[in-house]
Write a protein that binds this ligand. Structure first.
Ligand SMILES: Nc1nc2c(ncn2[C@@H]2O[C@H](COP(=O)(O)OP(=O)(O)O)[C@@H](O)[C@H]2O)c(=O)[nH]1
Ligand SMILES: [Mg+2]
Length: 320
């Protein structure tokens, strides 16, 4: 397939091209090389906000409410829901679809769910690629929803310019969040389901945890917002906090730093994939098999073998 018409379609805001490009990202096809080359000059404009937290805390509901807030301000929005378990089917996503249905006929909103094969399958460039596609397509705002349960999801959440960590009362989330390393990636906390019992104590727990982190005075201190997303309550305040963080990113130079980190992740992922591909699988004629034999027979140590293989792999021209 040819990259050029697809690139043109994405840049021109054509929805089918956009959907197609994201499918190609999911499938990790070789033509991505040309697609990314075509899209990259047109990136860097979209603001990316990630939402993460345990299943059921209200990520989709909050995301939906933020979409509404953005549309009220005339901003175009893309939503990328990264679900590690059920890519295109499954109860949770069906629920999301129903919830997102209010935006279905809005041309300023694009919603897509994606399987998270990133990291697990070595495709750590997939999420950055997807963001690159949506950015190039011209959306003002890109919202990423990830289930904050594993390291891979936390890392994806950390790719955003601003990461919102959601908790809800009565789920032991605040403690869980700290354990999963979610605390470190949080720029803004939202205690959702503030209409539930225990919201105040969840807020207190979080405040304590935020206070425990050592920070310089110029460093960003994550604010905590109480929301009842299902009623739209607290969303305006959340929006203000997001704006506040965006302003901080701009003024501190942290925005470039974050985007560099995202690019680093992307490039590193591609390098690892290229190396893996060049090494070949078991039984394929690569230096790996003969080196493995030498190592297994004790004629070579594994580090020396690795050095030899790296040298060998680095010798050829890139990507051919
Ligand atoms: N009472 C209450 N329910 C909420 C609130 N936010 C979301 N929910 C409900 O909680 C359930 C899970 O929400 P969802 O957004 O799918 O959570 P996710 O798994 O984190 O995406 C849904 O039934 C929502 O309607 C809230 O603020 N208060
Ligand atoms: Mg959800």
């Amino acid at each position: 397939m040819e990259a050029a018409p697809l690139v043109e379609g994405v840049l021109g805001g054509d929805r089918r091209s956009l959907a197609r490009a994201l499918t190609l990202v999911e499938n990790g096809v070789p033509v991505l090389r040309d697609i990314m080359a075509g899209l990259s000059p047109r990136t860097g404009r979209a603001r990316v906000v990630g939402f993460t937290g345990a299943p059921g805390v209200g990520k989709s509901t909050v995301t939906n409410a933020v979409v509404r807030a953005a549309r009220g301000r005339g901003l175009s929005v893309a939503v990328l829901a990264v679900d590690p378990s059920s890519p295109f089917t499954g109860g949770a996503l069906l629920g999301d679809r129903v919830r997102m249905a209010e935006h279905a006929t809005d041309s300023g909103v694009f919603i897509r769910s994606m399987a998270n094969r990133g990291h697990l399958g070595g495709l750590s460039w997939a999420a950055p690629h997807a963001l690159r596609v949506l950015d190039a397509a011209g959306f003002d705002l890109v919202l990423v929803e990830t289930v904050g349960v594993g390291q891979a999801e936390v890392e994806i959440a950390g790719l955003a310019d601003t990461t919102v960590v959601l908790c809800a009362p009565g789920m032991g989330d605040s403690v869980q969040a700290a354990k999963a390393g979610v605390l470190e990636v949080a720029d803004v906390f939202a205690v959702n389901k503030a209409d539930h019992e225990g919201a105040r104590s969840a807020l207190r727990d979080l405040r304590q945890m935020v206070a425990m982190v050592d920070r310089d005075e110029h460093e960003w201190k994550p604010p905590i917002v109480m929301t009842v997303a299902s009623e739209g309550e607290g969303i305006e305040e959340l929006w203000e906090r997001l704006d506040g963080h965006a302003a901080h990113l701009e003024s501190s130079g942290a925005l470039e730093e974050r985007r560099r980190a995202r690019a680093r992740e992307e490039v590193q992922g591609i390098v690892l994939d290229l190396l893996r591909a060049r090494m070949g699988g078991a039984g394929e004629s690569s230096g790996l098999d003969s080196l493995a034999q030498e190592v297994s027979e004790g004629r070579c140590d594994p580090y020396t073998a690795a050095d030899l293989l790296l040298k060998d792999l680095g010798a050829g021209p890139s990507g051919t």
